[in-house]
Design a protein around this ligand. Structure first.
Ligand SMILES: [Zn+2]
Ligand SMILES: [Zn+2]
Ligand SMILES: [Zn+2]
Length: 394
C-alpha cells in the first residue's frame, strides 16, 4: 500500500477507504485530468490506454493511469545492495596453443575457402607463436517492470470485487518470476479493481444492427439479384419470386450480438498489470594488439574464469587487468542506477572470460606471413594468406 517507501504512490487527498463511490486508495489518478507528475528521465512511463471509466473513481498507487495520466509506476527502492569483496583465488592460467593446433586451425580455415591453395599451410613452418589473449567482462542485469492499464472484457459472471477492499499497489501484487535472465511478459488482473459498466460499443443493449442487411432483416436474393425472375423470365426458384430472402447473418432479426460484451450489455472493467522481464547485457572486451578487430571477438566464446550471480553483484576489484576491474566498476554502477530506478533489479550476473588469441608467424617461399587464431572456437584470421583467388566466398 501507499507508503513513503513507494515513490509514485502518493495518497489521494481524500485518503482511503473510498470517500466517494468507486474511489480506490492508490488509484486516484486513473481517470482524473492530470495525475502525478512523472519523475524526470522516465519517458517510457507515459501512459497510453483507452479512455478510463468515469464511474470508477481511482485507486491510490495507480494515479498515472489513463490518457491524461502521467505514469510513474516505479518500484520501491531495491534493497540488498551488495557488500564485501569479490571472490579471490581466481585461476588466471592462460591456455596456450601448440604449433600443431595452430596449423590445424589454419588448415581448416583454408579448406573452408573454395579455392585457397593448401600449399602454403602444408609446406610452411610456423616460426613462432605469440599470445595476445584478452579478457571479456560481461554484466547481465535481469529486471522487472510493471505497468498498469485499464482493461475490459465481456462479463461472464466473473467476480466483481472493486468495492470489497483497496487493491494492492502495483508492486505489492504477487508475481512469480519463471526463469532468471530470460525475457518474458505476463499480464495479471489486479484484485479488487473489477467492476461492471455498460458496454460502450452497444450502449448497453447487447446487440446492434446487422451489418449485412443493415437491420432490414432481408437481403437481396443472390440468384436473381433481387428481380424475382429467372433468366427465362420465370419465377426465381430460390426466393419464390420475392427478390429478397431472410438475412442469413442475423436470421432475419435485424440485429447481431455485440462482440465486445457478447450480448450481455455490460463489460467487466478492471486494472490489468503488465509485467515485463528483460535481460540487459553489457560487454567490455579488453584491448589487445593482435590486429584483430574487437568486433570479431564478439562472435567467439572464451574460457570462463570468474562468474558470480546475486540480487546485486559487487564490482570485481582484484582482477590482474585493471581495465577489467574499471569496466566492472563502471558497468555495475551504470546498470544499478539505470535499471534500479525505472524497474526492479531481480538478479545480476557477471562473468570474466579469457579470450585466447594466438598470432602465428610463418614463412613461405622466403616471405613472412602470419595468421591469428582466436576464441574457444579457434577461428582464424589470415588476411595475408599467400595463396588465395578472386572467387573467395567469405
Ligand atoms: Zn431470387
Ligand atoms: Zn441481417
Ligand atoms: Zn456490447
Amino acid at each position: 500500500m501507499a507508503s513513503p517507501m513507494n515513490p509514485g504512490y502518493a495518497m489521494h487527498p481524500t485518503g482511503f477507504p473510498a470517500a466517494m463511490p468507486g474511489t480506490f486508495p492508490g488509484y486516484e489518478g486513473a481517470n482524473q485530468i492530470g495525475g502525478v507528475v512523472p519523475p524526470a528521465g522516465f519517458p517510457q512511463y507515459t501512459a497510453a490506454v483507452a479512455a478510463p471509466v468515469p464511474i470508477l473513481g481511482s485507486f491510490p498507487g495507480y494515479e498515472g493511469m489513463g490518457p491524461t495520466g502521467s505514469g510513474g509506476f516505479l518500484p520501491p527502492p531495491n534493497t540488498g545492495y551488495p557488500s564485501g569483496p569479490s571472490p579471490a583465488n581466481i585461476e588466471w592460467k592462460i591456455p596456450s596453443l601448440s604449433q600443431d593446433e595452430a596449423k590445424k586451425a589454419l588448415h581448416d580455415y583454408v579448406s573452408s575457402k573454395c579455392c585457397y591453395g593448401k600449399d602454403p599451410v602444408e609446406q610452411s613452418e610456423i616460426t613462432n607463436l605469440v599470445a595476445h589473449n584478452t579478457y571479456r567482462y560481461r554484466l547481465e542485469t535481469f529486471t522487472e517492470s510493471r505497468e498498469p492499464e485499464w482493461a475490459e472484457e465481456p462479463y461472464k459472471g466473473q467476480q466483481v470485487d472493486a468495492n470489497i477492499q483497496p487493491p494492492p499497489a502495483p508492486w505489492n501484487v504477487p508475481v512469480d518470476v519463471k526463469k532468471f535472465f530470460k525475457a518474458e511478459k505476463q499480464s495479471i488482473k489486479i484484485p479488487y479493481t473489477s467492476s461492471l459498466k455498460p458496454c460502450q460499443k452497444c450502449s448497453g443493449l447487447g446487440k446492434g444492427p446487422c451489418k449485412k442487411c443493415d437491420g432490414r432483416t432481408k437481403e437481396s436474393c443472390s440468384l436473381c439479384n433481387g428481380s424475382g425472375k429467372s433468366d427465362t423470365d420465370e419465377q426465381c426458384m430460390k426466393c419464390s419470386g420475392l427478390g429478397a430472402m431472410n438475412c442469413s447473418s442475423c436470421s432475419a432479426t435485424g440485429f447481431k450480438e455485440c462482440e465486445a460484451c457478447v450480448g450481455k450489455g455490460q463489460v467487466l472493467s478492471f486494472i490489468r498489470l503488465n509485467v515485463e522481464w528483460k535481460n540487459n547485457v553489457s560487454d567490455f572486451v579488453g584491448s589487445q594488439d593482435s590486429g584483430i578487430d574487437t568486433d570479431k571477438l564478439k562472435a567467439v566464446t572464451g574460457k570462463e574464469l570468474f562468474s558470480d550471480q546475486q540480487v546485486m553483484v559487487y564490482p570485481v576489484v582484484n582482477f590482474p587487468d585493471p581495465a577489467i576491474a574499471q569496466a566492472s566498476e563502471k558497468l555495475v554502477r551504470e546498470h544499478q542506477s539505470q535499471y534500479g530506478q525505472t524497474s526492479r533489479i531481480i538478479q545480476q550476473k557477471h562473468t570474466i572470460e579469457l579470450i585466447p588469441i594466438t598470432k602465428a608467424n610463418y614463412t613461405w617461399h622466403g616471405n613472412n606471413y602470419s595468421f591469428t587464431v582466436f576464441g574457444q572456437e579457434k577461428k582464424v584470421n589470415a588476411a595475408d594468406y599467400p595463396d588465395t583467388c578472386c572467387c573467395t566466398i567469405l
